[in-house]
Design a protein around this ligand. Structure first.
Ligand code: ATP
Ligand code: MG
Length: 460
């Protein structure tokens, strides 16, 4: 099922600015038109205004050819000395890559221009003349990361950023339609949610505080008044292991639902992921293609996703020569092996309880395991969601905290949730950058973040 989709952000607003000779005398009346609208057959012959940044420029024999870029696309501009005059032409010619311009002109067809049209400039205003832009092909990855504030303008990062925005829009539309309330849990907390070593610690007016690793405990509190809740927040993990799928700060989409068990939990996850894939495939086709992903591959993924138990996953991996036994965790290499040949995601369910957090519900049919699942993306990408049913009994929750040596005091408030109206409930956390990495086939997860935070990078 596809959720209703809001209007595409780049859809024409009011059509191309009408521009007939009667208006042409007063250029101040022109309102800027997005390049994607100017670069269209329906605009041919119109006199209009665009603004943007110089993407490419060359000049010969009194004509400058510029390619302008804005948030919607690109368009060629031709500027002639005999139209602009000596001074106007000289300024235009000197506008290096990334200079900012406002151009008034008339749209003409030109098969050789990107998009098939060009704007023949009648007036060029150079808003800013850029210095020599330091970003060009064949620079080292380190240099590009050091200049991320500039490389965010490159085509691949623009495409990935738009795919991510579309994914978030799709997720919100889907969850809204399913009756979920978006809530705003805190990022700063006195709880290190899972008691782990991966929490960033900081000083908070003389107390120890942590940056949130998950909002789950707060979402659990909010199901009592709201039943179905979700949040899209940054989560922080002091991940020391450098893998292509771990960031120190990432975007966490977490949802929690009351009156739900394993079936409802997996059902909402696979429908959410499918809704995201389908909307991105439909609305960000060009961006996906630029990034090397065929949108059809995403469109063809439909629920239900296959479910395999942890025990079965171990057998498959042992069959492939992995040295694993009951209790071994599935890390990057194992998840890669399970998913490499797949084209659709797969749930791995019923992990040993020792591998998972204190709040997960033990399976009454196999108490060695918990009623949780990780959702693994295909083609080797691996985990994109971790979820579970939550323990609802206060005694067993305390026992699990104790078994893990987690001090009880900061969790007293959480234990209250098992004192007043405790009901079966379940939830999950989806790593937005993990999903975007898979959709856009990025080698490294940092390329799904405009300003990635990794152990060695805090600037820009
Ligand atoms: P992993 O085993 O890959 O480290 P995890 O078990 O620590 O994941 P959870 O604590 O279940 O992950 O977090 C929920 C989701 O958040 C994960 O399924 C994943 O999509 C995402 N996630 C977790 N850690 C990171 C990270 N360091 N960078 C990006 N996304 C992450
Ligand atoms: Mg982890």
């Amino acid at each position: 099922m596809t959720p209703p989709t809001p209007p595409p952000p780049e859809a024409p607003h009011s059509g191309v600015a009408p521009t007939h000779a009667a208006h042409a005398s007063s250029s101040s009346e022109l309102r800027p038109v997005p390049l994607v609208q100017a670069n269209q057959d329906s605009a041919v012959g119109s006199r209009l205004r665009v603004h943007g940044w110089v993407h490419r420029t060359r000049s010969s024999g009194g004509i400058a050819f510029l390619v302008l870029r804005d948030a919607t696309g690109q368009m060629q501009v031709t500027a002639k000395r005999d139209v602009l005059g000596e001074e106007g032409f000289a300024r235009t010619e000197k506008a290096l890559v990334e200079s900012a311009l406002i151009v008034d002109g008339v749209v003409a067809s030109d098969r050789r221009a990107p998009g098939g049209h060009e704007l023949r400039a009648e007036r060029v205003e150079v808003v800013h003349t850029a210095e020599v832009f330091p970003i060009y092909a064949e620079q080292t990855e380190e240099f590009l990361l050091d200049h991320r504030h500039l490389t965010v303008r490159t085509r691949e990062l623009v495409a990935t950023t738009k795919v991510k925005a579309e994914a978030l829009r799709a997720a919100r539309a889907f969850l809204d339609q399913e009756g979920y309330w978006e809530v705003t849990p805190p990022i700063l907390s006195g709880n290190a949610a899972e008691g782990g070593s991966e929490a960033f610690e900081l000083e908070y007016f003389g107390q120890k505080a942590y940056l949130g690793q998950t909002a789950q405990l707060y979402l659990e509190a909010l199901i009592y008044p709201l039943e179905k809740v979700y949040a899209i927040d940054p989560s922080f993990r002091a991940e020391k292991s450098r893998t292509p799928r771990h960031l120190c700060e990432y975007t966490h989409l977490e949802a929690e639902l009351a009156w739900a068990g394993m079936k409802e939990n997996l059902d909402i996850q696979e429908r959410l992921v499918s809704a995201i894939l389908h909307q991105v495939a439909e609305r960000r086709k060009e961006e996906l293609e630029l990034l090397g992903r065929d949108p059809k591959e995403l469109r063809s993924i439909e629920p239900p996703f296959e479910r395999i138990r942890y025990e079965k996953a171990l057998e498959i991996l042992q069959g492939q020569g992995f040295d694993l036994r009951w209790g071994s965790d599935l890390a990057t290499a194992e998840e890669r092996a399970i998913t490499l040949e797949r084209t659709s995601p797969v749930f791995v369910t019923h992990f040993p309880k020792e591998l998972k957090a204190f709040y997960m519900l033990q399976d009454p049919d196999d108490p060695r395991t918990v009623m949780g699942a990780d959702l693994l993306a295909p083609e080797g990408y691996g985990e994109i969601i971790g979820g579970s049913c939550r323990e609802t009994d206060i005694g067993r929750t305390i026992a699990q905290l104790e078994a893990r040596g987690i001090p009880r005091a900061p969790y007293e408030w959480y234990l209250d949730l098992r004192r007043y109206g405790s009901v079966p409930h379940a939830g999950f956390g989806l790593g937005v950058e993990r999903v975007v990495r898979w959709m856009t086939r990025r080698e490294h997860i940092r390329d799904t973040m405009p300003f990635p935070r990794t152990p060695s990078r805090l600037l820009p």
